[in-house]
Design a protein around this ligand. Structure first.
Ligand SMILES: Cc1cc2nc3c(=O)[nH]c(=O)nc-3n(C[C@H](O)[C@H](O)[C@H](O)COP(=O)(O)OP(=O)(O)OC[C@H]3O[C@@H](n4cnc5c(N)ncnc54)[C@H](O)[C@@H]3O)c2cc1C
Length: 1009
């Protein structure tokens, strides 16, 4: 053992000796909190339910509601004996006297919260701070609050922070530093600030814009803090906010005004893989700045969130996956901080005795006096460790959150999770009594052990296995990743692509028929809806003669293409996916200009196109081989599929690459030949898809690209006797006319035409009385206004239960007022222009209609003067029979409807012609089950936005007047493009019956290739 390790162990043991003198009451066996902890640690599933129940409790208004939720959460699936152990009187009394048990539970939960929340308000917290003062423990105060969804809330928050500074400074005027040495480094009053509380529109893809908005708010706070002699610490939140937080900190503290002020600090999270690079960068910056600054080193509080989020988006996981990796990195960063003590004042934020002992030992080795750094621990956690550290003469500061129970709930749940985590130090020490020797092991050694085959004590790796359904034998389907615009390199790539696309303005694209490029006399111009005088490109326009040629070319190419093996066709799609991936930024940038998509929306569209190609290729491989229907001796009967023939694909502009590519790829991979007609408004993107398929090697005639007026060439081809299948996505009006025309059989027609028809929606989201409003508001705003409300899945009717109505509307309007509207070429824009002048006028007509029918509750004012910008608009007092509640608007207009109860909410939600998407925000398991069963929508989303379907994960499509019931990106989608066929052979003649018939056989292809 190295001398450093033995010194760490010695110190660790000393801390444990002191700790064991004062057992931690939090981990004793008595009381409500302790029972909750004990049960949670025994059963993971029960833990989830318990914590969910705790989280919803403060928003329940009556005793009856509390009891109803209690029953719903714990009615079945769990050991009721275990549960009543926890609830004791609660559950048993519930049956007899709900008015007693409801308040009792609430009281228990608020008492539990008080163990972690130091006070309800700044006055209340003073009692705690005084007590700690007598124990020689300092403080940093943090203001808890609901998620800030709008700028009014952010301003209120900033004002509360200012009050807090004033109050704390006043109340502690005569307090002195508990250690008395180096007190200039550690002002008595220390306040922790979260940037997400100061600004509601933080956009990781736009650090400069975010900082421009945040800096003035932070400066105001800092000025007052400096006057009052207060230390300000900027907390670190999720990874998406990390770069902005670091940049903001460096920007402000490089400014002349704050350059020489040493009393500001920031947090570094050791669980992040890039934390060492960030810390080195900060230290270098600090050196250049020439004034001390503070760093609080923690491991990080959002581990579960970061791992889930990165898995959902297909991103590299930013956090370490094994707990000892975080521990080891914490030690590396500890050393780095202490080695740079001349620049940085360190605070080690940990309850882990090993991490603490390591910091002590290393400081000693470097000769850094113990009064020049501090240990910080959370209020309500690890009390004995704090006492031990004080006794050893170290500087200790407690992180004291202040606030009411409801806004403090997410903080409370984080603490409960931390205390019950399998990986956590506190549980290991105080609940599981793991021996000191194990707790003090060198994390690097634990890791080396794991690399030699012994697993570290981590369940993380097993949690990381993917659950995506398998679409190809043995190979899990993996969606393409979204671009993470929080990373500066991706921001730069996007900016470069936008510059490049600008240079290409005015490009000309031809038709492609039978592999030939065809120019016609007429051209269409496609304009930038943000600046309609900018022409993104010109496209040759097809008339009837070109449509005829395209149909003939597709028909002629069909015979060969249908006999091409499905494997070859799958590979074509996979090559197209590769080209899409390679040209990703270029195509996203083109979408920004041609259809006004914000960055992330454009990227999502290209990602979806890639997914369609890879998903359909895998699906085709699953159904491509003829498959035995039944195993019967003497007979071989194989079902397989033939393509239908010539497919006409008519696509809209709102997902200009994804929907076009999805329908085209499904048609091609199933062996149909295709005429693709993109929307007139997104024709340049359509031409790019043609280029991509050509690069991927599509044979001439198999895919033909026609641009032209839907009413002319579209209608002509729908009626054409040689067109066998129409895949359409677009408006109800056009969809229904296609459906009808395709039903007529023309002379010479071989097949009954198949129509795949996806139309619009009038999508509703219901907000239950117990909904988590932080989520409901943010997700509703995004669902209604993201991409200007021009998604067929967009939210258009928000149905709110009357109990919650006033609070929901108040927060909704405030949140809407903070949404960024502008030219989407700029990052961070949520609402850009609508697609063209016709849409602009139509939507404004609806706004006028809304004004006469309902109450105009909100309309954005600050919108660009040119371009097709419609201000986000919210109507309240909307009734189900009003036009704005019935007709599809396809723009940023939201109707809010008030209902009595869930019965009425469901009736209103289902009371439209459409059934595309629908959503529900609730924390009542019973109500959620009911919605799952009763909401009429092809895609039902619970407690999340109602837009953003992902291929394979959320097969997408509706019914009623929203569509014919097909599901793009679903396992059965390709069957719409195919004709099933069964070939049966008697193989029993003369009693020569084969013993075994294979389940699959080769394709029926002739001549064989
Ligand atoms: C004063 C103070 C201020 C804080 N401020 C912040 C802040 O601004 N931002 C913030 O994010 N957190 C902050 N925290 C919270 C802090 O991150 C957690 O309390 C801390 O991570 C718990 O670590 P520990 O050393 O006490 O316990 P330990 O039990 O040693 O470590 C637990 C931590 O290990 C990490 N971990 C758990 N499982 C794994 C795994 N499988 N693989 C890799 N790593 C894993 C997680 O970070 C987890 O929190 C603060 C904590 C304190 C005490």
């Amino acid at each position: 053992m190295t001398s450093l390790q033995s010194e760490i162990e010695k110190r660790g043991r000393r801390i444990f000796e002191l700790v064991d003198k004062y057992p931690d009451s939090l981990f004793s066996k008595a009381g409500f909190y302790q029972r909750l902890m004990t049960l949670s640690m025994r059963d993971e599933q029960l833990k989830l339910q318990l914590f969910r129940f705790v989280a919803v409790l403060p928003s329940l208004h009556t005793s009856g509601e509390i009891i109803a939720h209690l029953r719903e959460y714990f009615a079945d699936g769990h050991d009721s004996r275990k549960l009543s152990e926890f609830l004791e009187a609660g559950v048993r009394l519930a049956g007899l006297a709900p008015w007693i048990s409801g308040p009792m539970l609430r009281w228990n939960v608020s008492e539990m919260a008080r163990q972690f929340i130091a006070g309800r308000n700044p006055n209340d917290v003073m009692r705690t701070l005084r007590k700690r003062r007598s124990q020689k423990i300092g403080f940093t105060v943090d203001l808890l609050g609901e998620a800030v969804v709008g700028e009014t809330e952010a301003d209120e928050y900033a004002a509360r922070y200012l009050d807090l500074l004033e109050g704390l400074a006043r109340e502690t005027r005569d307090w002195v530093d508990p250690l008395g040495t180096n007190s200039d480094l550690f002002p008595v009053v220390n306040v922790s600030v979260k940037i997400s509380a100061l600004y509601s529109q933080i956009s990781p893809d736009n650090p400069a814009g975010t900082i421009a908005n945040l800096a003035p708010k932070l400066r105001a706070l800092l000025r007052r803090a400096r006057e009052l002699g207060v230390f300000i610490n900027v907390d670190m939140e999720s990874y998406a906010h990390k770069n902005v937080t670091l940049e903001l900190f460096k920007t402000i503290f490089t400014e002349e005004e704050f350059k020489s002020w040493p009393h500001a600090g920031i947090v570094i999270q050791a669980y992040l893989r890039d934390s060492e690079a960030d810390l080195r960068d900060l230290l270098e910056w600090g050196g250049r700045r020439g004034t001390r600054f503070g760093v609080r080193l923690v491991k990080g509080a959002y581990w579960d969130y970061e791992t889930t989020k990165s898995r959902q988006n297909g991103w590299d996981c930013p956090v370490y996956l094994q707990k000892p990796e975080s521990d080891a990195n914490f030690e590396t960063l500890t050393r780095l901080l202490l080695e740079n003590e001349s620049v940085v004042t360190s605070a080690f934020g940990s309850h882990n005795v090993r991490s603490i002992a390591h910091a002590q030992t290393f400081a000693e080795e470097l000769g850094v006096d113990r009064s020049r750094f501090e240990f910080q621990l959370l209020y309500g956690m690890a009390g004995p460790i704090k006492r031990a550290l004080v006794e050893m003469g170290y500087r200790v500061r407690e992180y004291c959150p202040v606030g009411e129970l409801l806004p403090g709930m997410s903080y409370l749940v984080r603490r409960l999770l931390e205390n019950t985590s399998n990986e956590g130090f506190l549980r290991a020490k105080f609940s599981e009594n793991i021996p000191a020797e194990d707790l003090l092991r060198d994390p690097c050694e634990v890791l080396r052990g794991s690399r030699n085959g012994v697993r570290p004590p981590s369940s993380a790796a097993t949690n990381m296995t993917t659950t995506t359904p398998q679409t190809h034998s043995g190979v899990p389907y993996k969606n393409a990743s979204l671009t993470n615009f929080a990373l500066p390199e991706n921001q730069e790539k996007m900016r470069a692509a936008l510059r490049e696309q600008r240079k290409q303005f005015g490009r000309k694209v031809p038709l492609t028929i039978n592999g030939e490029k065809i120019w016609t006399d007429k051209t269409f111009s496609s304009v930038n809806p943000s600046q309609p005088d900018q022409i993104v490109g010109y496209a040759a326009e097809a008339g009837i003669p070109e449509a005829e040629r395209a149909v003939a070319a597709a028909r002629a190419a069909f015979e060969k293409w249908r006999r091409t093996s499905f494997e070859e066709r799958c590979q074509l799609l996979e090559r197209a996916a590769e080209v899409l991936e390679r040209r990703r930024f270029e195509l996203s940038a083109l979408e920004v200009f041609e259809v006004g998509k914000p960055w992330a929306e454009a990227d999502g569209d290209i990602r979806e196109a890639i997914d369609f190609c890879t998903f359909y290729a895998r699906q085709m491989r699953l159904i491509g081989q003829p498959r035995l229907t039944q195993n019967v001796p003497g007979e071989e009967s194989y079902r397989h599929y033939w393509p239908r023939g010539v497919a006409l694909v008519i696509a809209p502009w709102n997902f200009p690459m994804a929907i076009l590519c999805g329908m085209v790829s499904a048609a091609l991979v199933t062996g149909n030949t295709v005429i693709m007609k993109p929307s007139e408004q997104s024709v340049i993107i359509g031409a790019m898809l043609m280029e991509i398929y050509e690069e991927a090697g599509v044979p001439p005639g198999v895919l033909n690209f026609l641009n032209g007026k839907g009413s002319v060439i579209g209608a002509h081809m729908v009626d054409h006797k040689d067109v066998d299948l129409i895949a359409f996505t677009g408006s109800r009006e056009v969809g229904l006319s296609i459906w009808e025309s395709a039903g007529k059989t023309r002379e010479g027609q071989r097949e009954l035409k198949r129509v795949i028809c996806e139309m619009g929606g009038k999508n509703a989201m219901i907000v239950d009385s117990d909904a988590d409003l932080d989520e409901a508001i943010v997700d509703s705003i995004y669902s209604a206004f993201g991409f200007q409300g021009q998604k067929c899945s967009a939210l258009s009717r928000l149905i709110v239960l009357e109990e919650n109505y006033d609070r929901v509307v108040e927060r909704l309007l405030a949140a809407a007022a903070s949404v960024r509207v502008g030219n989407p070429e700029e990052p961070g824009i949520v609402v850009g222009p609508v697609i063209d002048e016709a849409a602009y006028r139509r939507i404004l007509d609806y706004v006028e209609a809304g004004k006469s029918e309902a109450t105009l509750a909100y309309q954005a004012k600050d919108i660009p003067p040119h371009g097709y910008f419609i201000p986000p608009t919210i109507f309240t007092g909307v009734k189900p029979n009003m036009r704005i509640a019935r007709e599809e608007i396809f723009g940023p207009v939201l109707s809010v409807l008030k209902v009595r109860d869930l019965d009425e909410a469901i009736e209103v939600a289902n009371g439209t012609d459409y059934a595309l998407t629908g959503g529900f925000f609730s924390r009542s398991p019973a109500n959620i089950e009911r919605i799952k069963a009763q909401l009429e929508a092809g895609n039902v989303y619970i407690n999340r936005p109602c837009t953003g379907a992902i291929v394979g994960r959320h097969p997408f499509g509706g019914f009623k007047m929203s569509g014919s019931g097909t599901k793009a990106g679903g396992e059965d989608y390709l069957l719409n493009f195919l004709i099933p066929r069964v070939v049966t052979e008697n193989v029993a003649s003369h009693g020569l019956t084969p013993e075994k018939t294979p389940e699959y056989r080769d394709e029926f292809l002739w001549p064989k290739q």
